[in-house]
Design a protein around this ligand. Structure first.
Ligand code: SF4
Length: 417
């Protein structure tokens, strides 16, 4: 590996980390100068934004310890056979970088992942050492998210959880067959075993802290994972089912979906094109339906196309479900329980909360609902109000153009209303 200075390593290892979606990421041109290199510039330096457990948006230094790896996962730009420029930080360099960025107010925390150097345990020891040194030697109180390494000794993973706010391990692919084919050195059972141990440690330490305030904390921001979308033949139905299983079995805080992006010198087993980004967006919306709108996984799966198993790209999954199960509508905004109101396309959780509060005092008319939504025209066919009852819904093909947003408009409005 060529001798590189810290800045050169940072350029390589921040860029290499961008493929991990496990913390919401966006580049920043904040405090940038014309050439991107002036004092205070953060351009291209791996600063991403993530949401802390308390809902704050925080800036994180998002880097890899190294982009060298002894594994050869087909979809990964850092795999052993990839022809990329390699770099490696020492643990001390990552500590110094984190502290210097933190002191300059660029970041509030660190997201650290790594390729596998020598062995899983050796790599995990380096990651733990970064977190240990930050916490114990420098009393760093910022946010730390550590990626755990597949097959690392459970004791090392446990230590990671004692120093980090969040730990995560990527399941990578939604099906066991897909993982075997594209990441043959990884094993689904071992990945899920590690998730199970993290879950148990989170529960044990949370219980201990209810009795003894001095009991150590373990990953107080929980664990998360990432699935790659579109690298294998898994359908959206497969992905939704896998995500819901992971939430149920391991109590994950988040499942992240990352649309596969073609990489240089890609293996021939990979597709040549990335899936539409909208597919990733629809999966996040379906995830939202399960976590915040009371949808069962099977209901989200039922919103997929019967022939392809895919969610429609032109409308959001909640609208797709409503169009497919129209016998569930119209919903009376003056009488329906919260769970049924959540099902109405175009009514977000905030709007439903306002409806429930307002109807304690008076019966709601269509205009009242209109004030809480972006487009009452799109909601009308699905609700009953004091002065409104829709004509019997027309068949799906006739209804869809009335309620689907025009192509230029963002589907997110249907959730954000
Ligand atoms: S183990 Fe991680 S870094 Fe290594 S090739 Fe696989 S996905 Fe890439």
């Amino acid at each position: 590996m060529a001798q590189l200075d810290v800045r050169q390593k940072l350029e390589i290892l921040a860029d290499a980390a961008k493929y991990d979606a496990s913390c919401a990421s966006s580049g920043t041109a904040k405090r940038n100068s014309a050439d991107g290199k002036g004092i205070g510039s953060t351009e291209g330096m791996g600063i991403c934004h993530a949401y802390a457990p308390d809902g704050r948006c925080i800036s994180l230094l998002k880097i890899l310890l190294t982009n060298s790896c002894i594994f050869d996962c087909h979809y990964c730009i850092n795999r052993k056979s990839s022809n990329v420029r390699r770099a490696r930080f020492t643990a001390q360099e990552v500590v110094n970088l984190t502290l210097s960025f933190y002191r300059r107010n660029y970041i509030e925390g660190l997201f650290l992942s790594s390729g596998i150097i020598k062995s899983s345990n050796y790599t995990m020891e380096q990651l733990v050492e970064v977190a240990r040194s930050l916490r114990e030697d420098h009393h760093f109180r910022g946010y730390i998210h550590l990626k755990t390494i597949p097959d690392a000794d459970p004791e090392l993973v446990h230590q990671a959880g004692l120093y980090a706010d969040r730990v995560s391990i990527n399941v990578e692919l939604p099906t066991v067959g897909g993982l075997k084919r594209l990441a043959p050195e990884k094993d689904n059972a071992r990945i899920e075993g590690a998730m199970g141990e993290i879950k148990a440690a989170i529960i044990d330490t949370a219980e201990a802290r209810t009795k003894y305030r001095s009991a150590p904390r373990f990953a107080p921001a929980g664990q998360s994972t990432q699935m790659i979308v579109g690298a294998d033949a898994a359908t959206d139905g497969d992905i939704v089912t896998k995500a819901s299983t992971l939430y149920d079995r391991f109590g994950l805080r988040r499942v992240y979906y990352s649309a596969f992006s073609p990489i240089p010198d890609a293996s021939s087993v990979l597709p040549l094109q990335r899936p539409p980004l909208m597919r990733e967006h629809r999966l996040y919306q379906s995830d939202w339906l399960m976590r915040f709108y009371g949808f069962q996984p099977r209901e989200v799966v039922a919103a997929t196309d019967d022939a392809t198993g895919m969610l429609p790209l032109d409308i959001d999954p909640k609208l797709a479900w409503a169009l497919k199960f129209r016998d569930q509508f119209p919903v009376d905004v003056n009488r329906a329980p919260r769970e049924l109101l959540w099902r109405v396309p175009g009514l977000g959780t905030k709007a439903v909360k306002s409806i429930l509060a307002a109807r304690r005092w008076r019966r709601l008319r269509l205009d009242d609902v209109a004030r809480l939504t972006v487009s009452i025209a799109r909601i009308r066919p699905f609700i009953v109000a004091e002065d409104w009852r829709p004509v019997t819904l027309t068949d799906r093909a006739e209804l869809k153009p009335l309620v689907a947003p025009r192509p230029a408009r963002q589907q997110l409005e249907l959730f954000g209303a």
